[in-house]
Design a protein around this ligand. Structure first.
Ligand code: SF4
Length: 262
């Protein structure tokens, strides 16, 4: 009985801590170069995501309860250790997931903390929970990596299980707030690679003047084992990664709209 009470109390404390931003459910972090933003980055992966992308290569970040609870001070002191690296490489902090905006109070607090110290800040988000981002957060972010997973509602829902419109709304808000945005689009043969779908994505993002870069990421099978080990049904077993030519063809659809595309 006592241990049940302890568990319930611990859970209540954790939920309250996440609500106020004093605690976070963290999956992991790593130091990366040439991805997730300029320079060398500390990418912090938060646990929890409202989407269920069929191609997700980190399905172990989907559930918030699968993360490890860390205090704000603990995370901030880890970021602090990398400040000399950030300065030397013009890098910074990227908060990814899962979906960072599932824990908006913590993200707002950490971005504010980093911004005050002159650390370059970015979040990597699908935009699905963009409404959770405060105006202050947007004013303190140097970069948003916005994943646009498809260009029409039907395909988007097939890929993610959620609606596209919140991502469009968030992109419009980023435009108004003038937050530099890099777009990410995952090219999955038979799922996201129709010319119509890619044209739709390109049409949406070419309206956004804050977009400075588009990344077309070829689908890969590196997440497959994780799905299996979590006992989750993986639906893309038979999908081959796109060829380099196919990926270039997709990139050219964005380049035709004068979007700088990698
Ligand atoms: S948004 Fe990212 S973390 Fe969430 S399910 Fe999709 S790929 Fe996975």
């Amino acid at each position: 009985m006592t241990s049940t009470l302890d568990t319930t109390q611990a859970r209540t404390v954790r939920i309250e801590g996440v609500r106020t931003g004093e605690l976070a459910s963290v999956h992991s972090w790593e130091l990366v170069t040439a991805v997730d933003g300029p320079g060398t980055r500390m990418t912090l992966f938060l646990a929890g995501c409202p989407l269920r992308c069929l191609y997700c290569h980190n399905p172990d970040t989907m559930q918030m309860r699968m993360g490890r609870t860390m205090s704000f001070d603990d995370v901030a002191s880890r970021v602090n250790r990398y400040r000399p690296v950030f300065t030397a490489t013009k890098g910074g902090l990227t908060i990814s997931g899962g979906e960072p905006l599932m824990q908006p109070a913590f993200v707002g607090k950490l971005v504010h903390w980093a911004h005050e110290r002159g650390i370059h800040t970015a979040i990597d988000t699908s935009g699905n929970l963009g409404a959770n981002a405060s105006d202050q957060l947007l004013s303190e972010l140097d970069l948003v990596l916005l994943d646009v997973k498809s260009g029409d509602e039907e395909t988007y829902q097939r890929v993610t299980g959620q609606r596209l419109q919140p991502t469009i709304d968030f992109g419009e808000r980023l435009k108004k707030a003038g937050v530099e945005t890099w777009i990410r689009f995952v090219l999955v043969p038979g799922l996201t690679d129709s010319e119509e779908n890619i044209n739709n994505v390109a049409d949406i993002i070419s309206r956004w003047s804050q977009v400075t870069r588009v990344e077309v990421l070829p689908f890969h099978q590196m997440g497959r084992d994780k799905w299996e080990s979590l006992g989750m049904r993986y639906q893309l077993n038979d999908v081959e990664p796109p060829s380099p030519e196919h990926t270039e063809w997709a990139r050219n659809i964005f380049r035709e709209r004068n979007l700088v595309t990698y």
